[in-house]
Design a protein around this ligand. Structure first.
Ligand SMILES: Nc1nc2c(c(=O)[nH]1)N[C@H]1C(S)=C(S)[C@@H](COP(=O)(O)OP(=O)(O)OC[C@H]3O[C@@H](n4cnc5c(N)ncnc54)[C@H](O)[C@@H]3O)O[C@H]1N2
Ligand code: MOO
Length: 418
């Protein structure tokens, strides 16, 4: 049978590059999760839905950075010590009501509002006290040890931009700016399906030819790690009808359906055709290793990703493609994964025109450089290559050979999974 030549999915045709696939995922994935309002305590991990303006300044007023004595900087003797009369006391939450007069110093503690008139604080360890007087040593600068009102947050300033993912520091900033509730996007509902006649749930007995489902627990954990409780819809048999029925069921009420297995070109691989029949396949088969049979599209309007069956490909494709897709569904402005510069500690040949991610470990070289060594077993089914490694060594498309000393990019699992 002749092949339709403009079929971009034609087996044997040029494969789509990873960068192009990411761009396609970006442009084809609208933000779908609805807005929600959450108290700060429940907002971590959510994407902010609108720009947030500070209602109040932080600090709200000038205050002391140290325990000591507050006074007027203008009183400092430029030529030596300064003796001041001790009067008044300001502790955090207990301001001194009386304004400070010239020549006076007030006892003050860290975080206490500066008495009116005072602009400088001397540390208690640096003074001498005698008969109601405080002697400030020479050399202190006017304005020392004082934190200015609004030096961190000015009232009315844009505090947080829509699209950021809220972490602990962002919540602290919001609270400091007088905000108690935040408009956020709901986390996406993710449905998982494992496909394959040979797949059995973890712990169940195996007949000849069966394997345990390693992908479901890995994907559930990957999603939980980023705050998403996925729903696992079980294991689907390798039949067109079963795959189609399971996909339709999984798509109901979900924002994303993720399958593993059955994505390739074999007679028993039905995922791509089922997705095509129920929605559309936007991309399938990429110039990458591992993960070549990755598919992306939609099922009845719900975003869909078909991951290959091999567990290492599942992990790599999740980090490289599924995470950015989830960010898009939530309207997040996410930075791409960082590639840390490392030195190759190994030698290999690589197929041109294919982006490759090797599993590898890092060690410190003699000149403090980070050296990346590749795991000795790079098969897509070797889960040990994940548990034994620090991350992924990226071999660019144009590279055909790697020699010891070459510079490469390294994606840290710890960072990618945070
Ligand atoms: N003729 C070709 N054969 C293959 C190609 C190709 O381009 N042409 N691609 C290879 C690549 S690369 C990959 S990756 C695999 C992926 O294929 P599928 O997505 O169809 O996955 P399966 O065939 O269903 O499974 C592959 C492998 O993974 C095991 N598996 C599947 N699900 C699980 C699970 N939940 N837990 C643990 N292990 C799982 C399965 O038993 C197979 O061993 O195709 C290559 N072939
Ligand atoms: O791309 Mo497949 O994941 O190597 O084995």
């Amino acid at each position: 049978m002749s092949q339709i030549t403009d079929d971009c999915f034609a087996f044997g045709g040029p494969l789509m590059r990873a960068a192009e696939a990411l761009e396609l995922i970006r442009t084809r994935t609208p933000a779908v999760t609805g807005p929600d309002t959450r108290p700060l305590a429940d907002a971590a991990g959510h994407v902010l839905a609108e720009d947030i303006t500070a209602l109040s300044a932080s600090p709200p007023q000038d205050n002391a950075a140290v325990d000591g004595y507050a006074f007027r900087g203008a009183d400092l003797d430029p030529d030596g010590e300064t003796a001041l009369t001790l009067r008044g006391r300001a502790a955090a939450g207990h301001p001194e009501a009386r304004p400070l007069e010239p020549g006076e110093a007030a006892r003050i503690f860290t975080g206490a509002a500066m008495p009116r008139g005072a602009d400088t604080v001397v540390m208690q360890e640096d003074v001498t006290l005698a008969e109601g007087r405080v002697v400030v040593p020479a050399g202190l600068k006017s304005g020392a040890n004082r934190r200015r009102a609004g030096e961190d947050v000015a009232a009315g300033q844009t505090l947080l931009k829509a699209g950021i993912r809220l972490g602990p520091a962002e919540l602290a900033l919001a609270a400091a700016g007088g905000i108690a509730h935040l408009p956020v996007r709901a986390r996406p509902h993710v449905a998982l399906l494992s496909t394959g006649d040979e797949i059995r749930p973890a712990g169940s007995p195996l007949d000849h030819g069966d394997v345990h489902d390693a992908n479901a627990p890995m994907l559930m954990a990957l999603l939980r790690r980023i705050g998403i409780e996925a729903h696992h819809h079980g294991i689907v048999a390798d039949s067109p009808a079963a795959v189609r029925e399971a996909l339709e069921r999984a798509a109901e009420g979900a924002d994303l359906v993720i399958t593993s297995g059955g994505a390739s070109t074999g007679d028993e691989d039905h995922v791509r055709d089922a997705v095509g029949a129920l929605g559309a396949v936007h991309l399938w088969r990429l110039a990458i290793k591992p993960g070549r049979p990755l598919a992306f599209g939609h099922v009845r309007g719900t975003a869909f990703v078909g991951l290959p069956g091999n567990p290492v490909a599942v992990m790599v494709c999740f980090l490289m493609f599924v995470r950015p897709l989830l960010d898009r569904l939530e309207g997040a402005e996410a930075a791409p994964l960082r590639r840390w510069p490392v030195t190759a500690g190994f030698e290999m040949r690589s197929k041109a025109d294919r982006l490759e991610w090797l599993r590898g470990t890092l060690r410190q070289g003699e000149n403090n450089e980070m050296i990346a060594d590749r795991h000795p077993r790079q098969g897509s089914g070797i889960i040990h290559s994940l548990t034994d490694s620090d991350g992924l060594i990226e071999i660019p498309e144009a590279t055909t050979a790697v020699r010891p000393g070459d510079r490469l990019g390294f994606i840290s699992f710890r960072e990618a999974l945070s």
